[in-house]
Design a protein around this ligand. Structure first.
Ligand code: THG
Length: 369
Protein backbone atom coordinates (compact mmCIF):
# COMPACT_ATOMS: atom_id res chain seq x y z
CA UNK A 1 0.00 0.00 0.00
CA UNK A 2 1.40 3.39 -0.99
CA UNK A 3 1.19 6.34 1.41
CA UNK A 4 -1.47 9.01 0.72
CA UNK A 5 -0.67 12.13 -1.28
CA UNK A 6 0.55 15.24 0.54
CA UNK A 7 -1.77 18.21 -0.16
CA UNK A 8 -0.24 20.92 -2.32
CA UNK A 9 -1.51 23.68 -4.61
CA UNK A 10 0.62 22.03 -7.31
CA UNK A 11 -2.01 19.30 -7.44
CA UNK A 12 -5.20 20.93 -8.65
CA UNK A 13 -8.75 20.09 -7.67
CA UNK A 14 -11.24 19.42 -10.40
CA UNK A 15 -14.53 21.39 -10.40
CA UNK A 16 -16.15 18.03 -9.53
CA UNK A 17 -13.76 17.34 -6.61
CA UNK A 18 -16.23 18.21 -3.83
CA UNK A 19 -19.00 16.20 -5.50
CA UNK A 20 -16.79 13.10 -5.80
CA UNK A 21 -15.73 13.42 -2.15
CA UNK A 22 -19.40 13.71 -1.13
CA UNK A 23 -20.06 10.56 -3.19
CA UNK A 24 -17.37 8.58 -1.37
CA UNK A 25 -14.37 8.60 -3.70
CA UNK A 26 -11.93 5.98 -2.35
CA UNK A 27 -8.70 6.76 -4.25
CA UNK A 28 -7.10 9.29 -6.58
CA UNK A 29 -4.36 9.34 -9.14
CA UNK A 30 -2.69 12.53 -10.39
CA UNK A 31 -3.07 13.39 -14.07
CA UNK A 32 -2.10 16.69 -15.67
CA UNK A 33 -1.32 17.97 -12.16
CA UNK A 34 -4.92 17.36 -11.06
CA UNK A 35 -6.57 14.81 -8.77
CA UNK A 36 -8.37 12.15 -10.79
CA UNK A 37 -10.70 9.72 -8.97
CA UNK A 38 -9.66 6.09 -9.51
CA UNK A 39 -12.28 4.27 -7.46
CA UNK A 40 -15.39 4.55 -5.32
CA UNK A 41 -14.87 1.39 -3.28
CA UNK A 42 -16.87 -1.04 -5.44
CA UNK A 43 -14.64 -2.19 -8.33
CA UNK A 44 -16.97 -5.02 -9.39
CA UNK A 45 -20.03 -2.75 -9.44
CA UNK A 46 -18.13 0.05 -11.19
CA UNK A 47 -17.04 -2.38 -13.93
CA UNK A 48 -20.54 -3.91 -14.26
CA UNK A 49 -22.25 -0.52 -14.58
CA UNK A 50 -19.82 0.45 -17.34
CA UNK A 51 -20.44 -2.79 -19.27
CA UNK A 52 -24.20 -3.14 -18.68
CA UNK A 53 -25.53 0.19 -17.47
CA UNK A 54 -24.10 3.67 -17.06
CA UNK A 55 -21.32 5.29 -15.07
CA UNK A 56 -20.27 8.94 -14.51
CA UNK A 57 -16.64 10.00 -14.27
CA UNK A 58 -14.76 13.11 -13.16
CA UNK A 59 -12.24 13.43 -16.01
CA UNK A 60 -11.64 17.17 -15.64
CA UNK A 61 -7.94 16.22 -15.67
CA UNK A 62 -8.31 15.76 -19.42
CA UNK A 63 -7.30 19.41 -19.74
CA UNK A 64 -7.82 21.45 -22.86
CA UNK A 65 -5.07 23.34 -24.67
CA UNK A 66 -6.74 26.05 -26.74
CA UNK A 67 -5.17 27.32 -29.96
CA UNK A 68 -6.86 30.58 -30.90
CA UNK A 69 -6.11 33.15 -33.58
CA UNK A 70 -5.51 33.50 -37.32
CA UNK A 71 -2.79 30.80 -37.32
CA UNK A 72 -4.60 28.30 -35.04
CA UNK A 73 -5.24 25.87 -37.90
CA UNK A 74 -1.67 26.18 -39.11
CA UNK A 75 -0.32 25.46 -35.64
CA UNK A 76 -2.65 22.45 -35.27
CA UNK A 77 -1.30 21.02 -38.54
CA UNK A 78 2.32 21.71 -37.56
CA UNK A 79 1.73 19.79 -34.31
CA UNK A 80 -0.22 16.85 -35.78
CA UNK A 81 1.17 14.35 -38.33
CA UNK A 82 -2.41 13.63 -39.45
CA UNK A 83 -3.72 15.69 -42.38
CA UNK A 84 -6.32 18.07 -40.94
CA UNK A 85 -7.47 19.62 -44.22
CA UNK A 86 -10.82 17.81 -44.22
CA UNK A 87 -11.66 18.62 -40.62
CA UNK A 88 -15.01 20.35 -40.07
CA UNK A 89 -16.20 22.56 -37.21
CA UNK A 90 -17.91 20.32 -34.65
CA UNK A 91 -15.64 17.34 -35.31
CA UNK A 92 -13.17 15.73 -32.95
CA UNK A 93 -10.27 13.67 -34.29
CA UNK A 94 -7.92 11.37 -32.43
CA UNK A 95 -4.39 12.55 -33.26
CA UNK A 96 -0.82 11.64 -32.36
CA UNK A 97 1.49 14.50 -31.35
CA UNK A 98 5.17 13.71 -31.85
CA UNK A 99 8.50 15.38 -31.25
CA UNK A 100 11.09 15.85 -34.00
CA UNK A 101 12.32 12.26 -33.51
CA UNK A 102 8.81 10.89 -34.03
CA UNK A 103 8.41 10.04 -30.32
CA UNK A 104 4.80 10.15 -29.17
CA UNK A 105 4.35 13.13 -26.80
CA UNK A 106 0.59 12.84 -26.32
CA UNK A 107 -2.50 11.29 -27.93
CA UNK A 108 -5.18 13.96 -27.64
CA UNK A 109 -8.55 14.42 -29.24
CA UNK A 110 -8.39 17.54 -31.40
CA UNK A 111 -11.65 19.53 -31.43
CA UNK A 112 -12.30 22.14 -34.11
CA UNK A 113 -14.54 24.80 -32.52
CA UNK A 114 -14.08 27.40 -35.27
CA UNK A 115 -11.73 28.04 -38.19
CA UNK A 116 -9.54 30.00 -35.77
CA UNK A 117 -10.13 28.01 -32.56
CA UNK A 118 -9.11 24.45 -31.70
CA UNK A 119 -8.81 22.46 -28.48
CA UNK A 120 -6.35 19.68 -27.84
CA UNK A 121 -8.02 17.49 -25.22
CA UNK A 122 -4.85 16.09 -23.78
CA UNK A 123 -3.55 12.96 -22.12
CA UNK A 124 -1.08 13.21 -19.25
CA UNK A 125 1.72 15.44 -20.57
CA UNK A 126 2.28 19.19 -20.67
CA UNK A 127 1.31 19.90 -24.25
CA UNK A 128 0.73 23.58 -23.50
CA UNK A 129 4.49 24.16 -23.21
CA UNK A 130 5.07 22.32 -26.46
CA UNK A 131 2.33 24.12 -28.40
CA UNK A 132 3.33 27.60 -27.25
CA UNK A 133 7.04 26.93 -27.90
CA UNK A 134 6.39 25.65 -31.41
CA UNK A 135 4.05 28.60 -32.10
CA UNK A 136 6.68 31.11 -30.97
CA UNK A 137 9.55 29.41 -32.82
CA UNK A 138 7.53 29.38 -36.06
CA UNK A 139 6.45 33.01 -35.58
CA UNK A 140 2.74 32.20 -35.63
CA UNK A 141 -0.13 34.55 -34.73
CA UNK A 142 -1.93 32.33 -32.22
CA UNK A 143 -2.65 32.30 -28.48
CA UNK A 144 -2.09 29.06 -26.56
CA UNK A 145 -4.08 28.94 -23.30
CA UNK A 146 -5.88 26.60 -20.94
CA UNK A 147 -9.62 27.41 -21.14
CA UNK A 148 -12.10 26.81 -18.31
CA UNK A 149 -13.31 23.46 -19.69
CA UNK A 150 -13.60 20.29 -17.61
CA UNK A 151 -14.98 17.02 -19.00
CA UNK A 152 -17.46 14.89 -17.08
CA UNK A 153 -17.85 11.53 -18.82
CA UNK A 154 -21.08 9.51 -18.97
CA UNK A 155 -20.15 6.02 -20.18
CA UNK A 156 -21.87 2.71 -20.78
CA UNK A 157 -24.65 1.31 -23.00
CA UNK A 158 -27.30 3.39 -21.17
CA UNK A 159 -25.28 6.63 -21.33
CA UNK A 160 -27.20 7.70 -24.42
CA UNK A 161 -30.50 7.44 -22.49
CA UNK A 162 -29.17 9.60 -19.66
CA UNK A 163 -27.79 12.23 -22.04
CA UNK A 164 -31.04 12.17 -24.08
CA UNK A 165 -32.99 12.76 -20.85
CA UNK A 166 -30.85 15.88 -20.28
CA UNK A 167 -30.46 17.27 -23.80
CA UNK A 168 -33.22 15.67 -25.89
CA UNK A 169 -33.36 12.82 -28.39
CA UNK A 170 -31.25 14.65 -31.00
CA UNK A 171 -28.14 13.44 -29.15
CA UNK A 172 -28.95 9.88 -30.27
CA UNK A 173 -27.90 10.66 -33.84
CA UNK A 174 -24.62 12.40 -32.96
CA UNK A 175 -21.64 10.76 -34.68
CA UNK A 176 -18.58 9.53 -32.81
CA UNK A 177 -16.36 12.40 -31.58
CA UNK A 178 -18.91 14.97 -32.87
CA UNK A 179 -19.60 17.82 -30.47
CA UNK A 180 -21.77 20.89 -30.03
CA UNK A 181 -21.61 23.95 -27.79
CA UNK A 182 -24.76 23.99 -25.67
CA UNK A 183 -26.05 24.54 -22.13
CA UNK A 184 -27.95 22.76 -19.42
CA UNK A 185 -30.25 25.00 -17.34
CA UNK A 186 -27.85 27.86 -18.02
CA UNK A 187 -24.65 25.89 -17.37
CA UNK A 188 -22.42 26.40 -20.43
CA UNK A 189 -21.11 23.15 -21.92
CA UNK A 190 -19.54 21.41 -24.84
CA UNK A 191 -21.29 18.09 -25.39
CA UNK A 192 -19.32 15.43 -27.27
CA UNK A 193 -19.92 11.79 -28.14
CA UNK A 194 -16.66 10.45 -26.76
CA UNK A 195 -14.97 8.91 -23.75
CA UNK A 196 -12.18 6.55 -22.82
CA UNK A 197 -14.16 3.32 -23.07
CA UNK A 198 -15.57 1.19 -25.87
CA UNK A 199 -19.00 1.00 -24.16
CA UNK A 200 -20.31 4.18 -25.78
CA UNK A 201 -21.02 7.50 -24.17
CA UNK A 202 -20.61 11.23 -24.01
CA UNK A 203 -18.47 13.84 -22.36
CA UNK A 204 -19.90 17.09 -20.98
CA UNK A 205 -17.14 19.69 -20.93
CA UNK A 206 -18.17 22.10 -18.17
CA UNK A 207 -17.39 25.68 -19.31
CA UNK A 208 -17.81 27.29 -15.87
CA UNK A 209 -15.60 25.71 -13.22
CA UNK A 210 -17.67 27.25 -10.41
CA UNK A 211 -20.64 25.01 -11.29
CA UNK A 212 -19.14 21.53 -11.00
CA UNK A 213 -21.32 20.24 -8.19
CA UNK A 214 -24.44 21.60 -9.90
CA UNK A 215 -23.64 19.73 -13.14
CA UNK A 216 -22.61 16.55 -11.28
CA UNK A 217 -25.93 16.53 -9.39
CA UNK A 218 -28.00 17.10 -12.55
CA UNK A 219 -26.31 14.18 -14.34
CA UNK A 220 -26.75 11.99 -11.28
CA UNK A 221 -30.46 12.86 -11.02
CA UNK A 222 -31.07 12.20 -14.73
CA UNK A 223 -29.19 8.91 -14.45
CA UNK A 224 -30.98 7.63 -11.38
CA UNK A 225 -33.71 5.74 -13.34
CA UNK A 226 -30.88 4.02 -15.27
CA UNK A 227 -28.88 3.03 -12.18
CA UNK A 228 -26.05 5.54 -12.67
CA UNK A 229 -23.30 5.75 -10.06
CA UNK A 230 -19.87 7.37 -9.97
CA UNK A 231 -16.96 5.48 -11.51
CA UNK A 232 -13.74 6.43 -13.23
CA UNK A 233 -11.66 5.64 -16.31
CA UNK A 234 -11.70 1.87 -15.99
CA UNK A 235 -8.33 0.14 -16.21
CA UNK A 236 -9.89 -3.27 -16.83
CA UNK A 237 -12.26 -2.28 -19.63
CA UNK A 238 -9.63 -0.21 -21.39
CA UNK A 239 -7.18 -3.14 -21.46
CA UNK A 240 -9.90 -5.46 -22.79
CA UNK A 241 -10.70 -2.82 -25.42
CA UNK A 242 -7.07 -1.95 -26.21
CA UNK A 243 -7.33 1.79 -25.50
CA UNK A 244 -3.98 3.50 -25.11
CA UNK A 245 -2.79 5.10 -21.86
CA UNK A 246 -0.04 7.53 -22.78
CA UNK A 247 2.83 7.47 -20.26
CA UNK A 248 1.72 4.10 -18.95
CA UNK A 249 1.87 2.11 -22.17
CA UNK A 250 4.45 4.40 -23.78
CA UNK A 251 7.98 5.45 -22.91
CA UNK A 252 10.50 7.93 -24.33
CA UNK A 253 11.22 5.64 -27.30
CA UNK A 254 7.63 5.01 -28.36
CA UNK A 255 6.45 6.15 -31.77
CA UNK A 256 2.82 6.02 -33.00
CA UNK A 257 3.42 2.93 -35.18
CA UNK A 258 4.41 0.89 -32.13
CA UNK A 259 1.14 1.56 -30.31
CA UNK A 260 -1.38 1.04 -33.14
CA UNK A 261 -1.67 4.75 -33.96
CA UNK A 262 -0.11 4.39 -37.42
CA UNK A 263 -3.58 4.79 -38.96
CA UNK A 264 -3.66 8.34 -37.59
CA UNK A 265 -0.34 9.27 -39.23
CA UNK A 266 -0.41 10.63 -42.80
CA UNK A 267 3.07 10.26 -44.26
CA UNK A 268 2.18 12.92 -46.85
CA UNK A 269 1.37 15.48 -44.13
CA UNK A 270 3.09 18.82 -44.86
CA UNK A 271 6.89 18.78 -44.68
CA UNK A 272 6.88 21.39 -41.89
CA UNK A 273 4.87 19.13 -39.54
CA UNK A 274 6.93 18.39 -36.42
CA UNK A 275 8.27 14.83 -36.59
CA UNK A 276 7.04 13.96 -40.09
CA UNK A 277 10.54 13.38 -41.50
CA UNK A 278 11.35 10.98 -38.65
CA UNK A 279 7.98 9.23 -39.00
CA UNK A 280 8.61 8.69 -42.73
CA UNK A 281 11.98 7.07 -41.90
CA UNK A 282 10.45 4.89 -39.18
CA UNK A 283 7.64 3.81 -41.50
CA UNK A 284 10.15 2.94 -44.24
CA UNK A 285 12.39 0.91 -41.90
CA UNK A 286 9.55 -0.68 -39.92
CA UNK A 287 8.97 -0.16 -36.20
CA UNK A 288 11.10 -2.32 -33.86
CA UNK A 289 8.36 -2.91 -31.30
CA UNK A 290 4.60 -3.37 -31.28
CA UNK A 291 1.90 -3.23 -28.65
CA UNK A 292 0.32 -6.64 -28.06
CA UNK A 293 -1.93 -8.33 -25.53
CA UNK A 294 -0.78 -11.03 -23.13
CA UNK A 295 -3.15 -13.63 -21.68
CA UNK A 296 -1.66 -14.74 -18.36
CA UNK A 297 -1.87 -18.29 -17.12
CA UNK A 298 -2.78 -17.54 -13.49
CA UNK A 299 -6.13 -18.31 -11.85
CA UNK A 300 -6.32 -15.59 -9.20
CA UNK A 301 -6.57 -11.88 -10.03
CA UNK A 302 -3.02 -10.50 -9.96
CA UNK A 303 -2.27 -7.18 -8.25
CA UNK A 304 -1.69 -4.15 -10.48
CA UNK A 305 1.93 -4.14 -11.62
CA UNK A 306 3.47 -0.68 -11.78
CA UNK A 307 7.10 -1.44 -12.68
CA UNK A 308 6.60 -2.64 -16.26
CA UNK A 309 7.44 -6.32 -15.68
CA UNK A 310 9.89 -7.91 -18.10
CA UNK A 311 8.44 -10.29 -20.67
CA UNK A 312 10.63 -13.21 -21.74
CA UNK A 313 10.41 -15.43 -24.77
CA UNK A 314 12.51 -18.40 -23.68
CA UNK A 315 15.68 -16.84 -22.23
CA UNK A 316 15.39 -13.72 -24.40
CA UNK A 317 13.78 -10.53 -23.15
CA UNK A 318 10.96 -9.77 -25.59
CA UNK A 319 9.76 -6.52 -23.98
CA UNK A 320 7.73 -5.26 -21.06
CA UNK A 321 4.18 -5.54 -19.80
CA UNK A 322 2.80 -2.02 -19.31
CA UNK A 323 -0.61 -2.70 -17.74
CA UNK A 324 -2.58 -5.63 -16.34
CA UNK A 325 -6.04 -6.46 -15.04
CA UNK A 326 -8.27 -9.42 -14.29
CA UNK A 327 -10.97 -9.49 -16.98
CA UNK A 328 -14.34 -10.51 -15.50
CA UNK A 329 -15.72 -11.18 -18.99
CA UNK A 330 -12.81 -13.41 -20.08
CA UNK A 331 -12.16 -14.90 -16.65
CA UNK A 332 -8.39 -14.48 -17.00
CA UNK A 333 -5.62 -12.04 -16.20
CA UNK A 334 -4.72 -9.94 -19.22
CA UNK A 335 -2.06 -7.39 -19.96
CA UNK A 336 -0.78 -4.93 -22.51
CA UNK A 337 2.84 -5.20 -23.57
CA UNK A 338 5.38 -3.44 -25.75
CA UNK A 339 7.24 -6.31 -27.41
CA UNK A 340 9.88 -6.60 -30.08
CA UNK A 341 8.27 -7.34 -33.44
CA UNK A 342 9.83 -10.81 -33.28
CA UNK A 343 7.15 -11.79 -30.75
CA UNK A 344 3.70 -12.38 -32.24
CA UNK A 345 0.24 -13.80 -31.51
CA UNK A 346 0.30 -17.32 -30.07
CA UNK A 347 3.88 -17.08 -28.76
CA UNK A 348 4.49 -18.49 -25.30
CA UNK A 349 6.07 -15.94 -22.94
CA UNK A 350 6.97 -15.62 -19.27
CA UNK A 351 6.27 -12.45 -17.29
CA UNK A 352 8.48 -11.59 -14.32
CA UNK A 353 6.13 -9.84 -11.89
CA UNK A 354 7.11 -6.91 -9.63
CA UNK A 355 7.47 -9.31 -6.70
CA UNK A 356 9.79 -11.64 -8.66
CA UNK A 357 7.21 -14.37 -9.36
CA UNK A 358 7.18 -15.72 -12.91
CA UNK A 359 3.87 -16.29 -14.68
CA UNK A 360 3.43 -18.02 -18.03
CA UNK A 361 1.42 -16.31 -20.75
CA UNK A 362 0.56 -16.17 -24.41
CA UNK A 363 0.83 -13.22 -26.79
CA UNK A 364 -2.55 -12.13 -28.18
CA UNK A 365 -3.81 -9.70 -30.78
CA UNK A 366 -5.56 -6.55 -29.57
CA UNK A 367 -8.23 -5.75 -28.68
CA UNK A 368 -9.08 -8.69 -26.40
CA UNK A 369 -12.79 -7.84 -26.73
N1 THG B 1 -11.67 12.21 -23.73
C1 THG B 1 -11.23 13.48 -23.83
N2 THG B 1 -9.96 13.80 -23.78
C2 THG B 1 -9.05 12.83 -23.58
C3 THG B 1 -9.43 11.49 -23.46
C4 THG B 1 -10.79 11.18 -23.55
N3 THG B 1 -7.75 13.15 -23.49
C5 THG B 1 -6.83 12.20 -23.00
C6 THG B 1 -7.10 10.81 -23.47
N4 THG B 1 -8.50 10.50 -23.27
C7 THG B 1 -6.78 10.71 -24.91
N5 THG B 1 -6.62 9.36 -25.33
C8 THG B 1 -7.60 8.65 -26.01
C9 THG B 1 -7.32 7.35 -26.36
C10 THG B 1 -8.23 6.63 -27.09
C11 THG B 1 -9.45 7.21 -27.44
C12 THG B 1 -9.72 8.47 -27.05
C13 THG B 1 -8.79 9.21 -26.34
C14 THG B 1 -10.44 6.46 -28.25
N6 THG B 1 -9.97 5.65 -29.18
C15 THG B 1 -10.79 4.79 -30.00
C16 THG B 1 -9.92 3.61 -30.39
O1 THG B 1 -8.69 3.71 -30.31
O2 THG B 1 -10.47 2.59 -30.77
C17 THG B 1 -11.38 5.47 -31.22
C18 THG B 1 -10.46 6.30 -32.03
C19 THG B 1 -11.08 6.74 -33.35
O3 THG B 1 -11.95 6.04 -33.85
O4 THG B 1 -10.66 7.78 -33.91
O5 THG B 1 -11.63 6.62 -28.11
O6 THG B 1 -11.24 10.01 -23.44
N7 THG B 1 -12.13 14.45 -24.01
Amino acid sequence: MLAPLTPSPRIRRSPFFDATVADGVASFSVYNHMYMPTGFGDPAGEYRRLIEGVSMWDVACERQVELEGPDAGRLAQILCPRKLGGMKIGQGWYVPICDHAGTLLNDPILLKLADDRYWLSIADSQLRFWASAVAAERGLDVRVTEPDASPLAVQGPKAVDVVAALFGDSVRSMGYFRFRETELDGIPLVLQRSGWSKQGGFELYLRDGSRGTELWDKVKAAGRPFGIAPGCPNGTERIESGLLSWGGDTDWETNPFEVRMGKYVDLDAPDDTVGIQALRRIAANGARRHQMGIALDHGEPLPLQDRRPKVFSGATMAGRMTANAFSPRLGINIGLALLGTGAGPGDAVTVELDDGRRVAGEVRDLPFL
